[in-house]
Design a protein around this ligand. Structure first.
Ligand SMILES: [Zn+2]
Length: 433
């Protein structure tokens, strides 16, 4: 544990301990955030006193990413939720922004320090220790993932940055520099197994003993994890964050029971029902969307920010000694499709398809017929075969299994091995209209 006093403290006491910081932060919003001055006044909260403490947080309105976007202008390119002065901001990240102009994430020096401290806790959970060599495949360019790399210095690791898009260079580094750990998206980790197999590169026999995956769901799905662990001959653990709040906020420990919350003292999390917005009590096995609130942020603080990450929570003491709840990401609410009233997460589809691991490659593409969320059955899905698999009767078995487990009807088309596109970053599970 990086900070045992904090990470092993009783979880029940956390909310009480965070209350003072939360009230300060709300005071700061009323003093400095035009976005929240208007939003909270509009919701009937005239001042910080009216907003109350952490126990009353569910009375306050949510913040949606779109609302922030709408306040951006040429004069205020970050948005009206930016609270720091030009002189206070030391870094500005951009999100990849699939539509139009990027959104910007500013950080003060203190905010950057918090980001790296929380990221360090989340990556330390994997069991990696001072002196290990870690090869990274994230671009430290404009995107928030670069900020997570600062955690490796703090942990005393020897960091070998390779960046995205250069598999030859990465594998040369693995071969020659003998790192014990590698960090990448699960899609890329899977792709590298195929890459190595095609070139007789003994990946399972390499020096890498830990693969830390992040950036998308998948690394926690049992079949995909088993495939990654076998292919790499390494332990696979996950980390997760969100650029608007903290780049790496959750980190899985060596006991692999989900990602521990690593933002204690800096971020407050809630679970909600995405359809109604009602709070979901934190109990073992509960599912819902994560909603996050900055307890300490001076540049672009957010209150009850809807992450669109749908998770399953794990509660109770973990053998590692960390007391914070754990989560497993089920999928993004944004990627969810509704097939005749049934919520379907693309990553859950992949999890079911991967039960047929001997016959499928793990790569698939969902191809909705209509634009938008609502779809009529059957939902077309192309599933790629494993190398050498005949696919005999497979489409029907997958169709039935999806029907039994996720309660929707699919139309399965099998594709030849290695025919679907691969990704060095995040994989695309749904062909959007
Ligand atoms: Zn643990």
């Amino acid at each position: 544990m990086l900070e045992p006093d904090i990470e092993s403290a009783p979880w029940e006491a956390q909310e009480g301990a965070d209350d003072a910081a939360y009230r300060d932060q709300i005071g700061y919003l009323f003093a400095r955030s035009r976005f929240y001055q208007e939003k909270l006044a509009g919701a009937g909260f005239a001042d910080a006193r009216a907003a109350g403490g952490l126990a009353d947080i569910a009375k306050l309105p949510f913040t949606e990413k779109d609302e922030l976007r709408q306040t951006r202008s040429r004069a205020e390119p970050i948005g009206t939720h930016c609270t720091a002065t030009r002189e206070e901001i030391v870094r500005i990240y951009s999100t990849s922004g699939t539509t139009g102009t990027p959104s910007y994430i500013p950080l003060t020096g203190a905010d950057l320090d918090v980001w790296q401290r929380v990221s360090s806790r989340s990556y330390a959970a994997s069991g990696i220790v001072r002196g290990e060599r870690i090869v990274s495949t994230y671009n430290a360019g404009p995107f928030v993932a670069g900020a997570a790399l600062g955690a490796f210095d703090r942990l005393g690791l020897c960091h070998i940055p390779v960046g995205t898009g250069n598999t030859e260079r990465l594998m040369a580094a693995v071969d020659l520099l003998k790192p014990t750990a590698a960090v990448m998206t699960p899609s890329y980790a899977l792709h590298l197994i195929e890459w190595a197999r095609a070139r007789d590169f003994d990946l399972a026999g390499s020096s890498v003993k830990r693969v830390l995956v992040a950036g998308e769901p998948g690394g926690g799905e049992p079949a995909m994890r088993a495939q990654l662990e076998a292919g790499w001959g390494a332990a696979v653990t996950e980390a997760m964050g969100i650029g608007d709040i903290n780049v790496s906020l959750w980190g899985e420990c060596e006991h692999k029971a989900g990602m521990h919350f690593s933002g204690r003292g800096f971020v407050h999390f809630e679970l909600i029902d995405p359809a109604t917005g009602a709070p979901v009590p934190l109990s073992d096995g509960a599912t819902g969307e994560l909603v996050l609130t900055h307890l300490v942020n001076r540049s672009a603080p957010l209150l009850r920010f809807r992450t669109r990450d749908h998770v399953r929570v794990g509660i109770g003491l973990c053998a590692c000694g960390r007391t914070a709840p754990r989560v497993r990401c089920i999928g993004r609410t944004d990627d969810m499709l509704i097939v005749r009233g049934v919520n379907v997460f693309p990553s859950a589809v992949r999890e079911v398809v991967n039960e047929f691991a001997a016959e499928v490659s793990g790569v698939l593409l969902i191809q909705p017929r209509e634009a938008g969320v609502r779809q009529d059955p059957p939902l077309p899905i192309t599933v790629e075969l494993a190398k050498g698999a005949s696919g005999e009767g497979l489409a029907e078995r997958i169709r039935q299994r999806l029907r039994d487990k996720l309660v929707f009807t699919a139309e399965i088309t099998l594709a030849p091995a290695e025919s679907l596109p691969r990704s060095e970053y995040k994989s695309k599970l749904v062909a959007k209209h």
